[in-house]
Write a protein that binds this ligand. Structure first.
Ligand code: AMP
Length: 207
């Protein structure tokens, strides 16, 4: 598949896991705005400082900051896989101006399942690998399969923030489904299926 690809769907739908595999196998540059922002926060940059207060509350970082950050990273790239971006109609319209997308995969998942999955998600801070104590368990209890370090829970995967993140998704990001469907770009895949089945369906939809 040529051109840029967008992965859309609520937090916890499996975008990150899918994006890592798709980008390796199909040669996309994987651009997760959440990962970029977390790295900016960790490095203590000006952008990180501005973004942190929104992230901690489970709210969206302002569109202008996100669009500038994405724009500088996609310049000159031919195949980008956007993960967690765009998240608002303004971001989608902004993206159309500098990097039109050729396909959008919508991973659909019900609210209760989002909350259940995010509560059991764990990450490796060393290599970025993602796990889920329900669906993608690490081999050894709560340690990364690759680096062996103890897995942690993201601050925004704590119960009080999860519900807010889902509500923000419904309000701000769900309208993107119709936006891209109207452009004939949308493929919907049921994200409640086992991860391997989701992956195979997405591969078929993209071929
Ligand atoms: P994620 O890892 O995609 O769940 O993103 C974590 C947090 O980073 C979100 O809850 C937002 O605060 C922020 N964030 C990530 N991507 C975006 C985006 N495209 N627009 C606004 N905020 C974002």
């Amino acid at each position: 598949m040529s051109g840029h690809l967008v992965l859309l769907g609520p937090p916890g739908a499996g975008k990150g896991t899918l994006a890592k595999r798709l980008s390796q196998e199909l040669g996309f540059l994987h651009l997760s705005t959440g990962d970029v922002l977390r790295a900016e926060v960790a490095q203590g940059t000006e952008l990180g400082r501005q973004a942190k207060e929104y992230m901690d509350r489970g709210e969206l970082v302002p569109d202008e900051l996100i669009l500038a950050m994405v724009r500088s990273r996609v310049a000159g790239e031919k195949k980008v896989l956007f993960d967690g971006f765009p998240r608002t109609l303004a971001q989608a319209r902004g993206l159309e101006e500098f990097a039109p997308v050729s396909r959008v995969v919508f991973l659909s998942l019900a609210r209760e399942e989002v909350i259940r999955r995010l509560s059991s998600r764990r990450v490796c801070l060393q290599c970025g690998a993602l796990y889920n104590l329900l669906t993608q368990r690490p081999r050894e209890d709560e340690r990364c399969d690759h680096c062996g370090v103890k897995l942690v829970q993201r601050d925004d995967d704590k119960p009080e923030v999860i519900a807010r993140r889902y509500d923000v998704y419904e309000r701000e990001s769900a309208p993107l489904v119709d936006f891209y469907r109207a452009r004939g770009l949308l493929v919907e895949v049921d994200a409640s299926l086992p991860p391997e089945e989701v992956y195979q369906r997405v591969r078929r939809a993209l071929s």
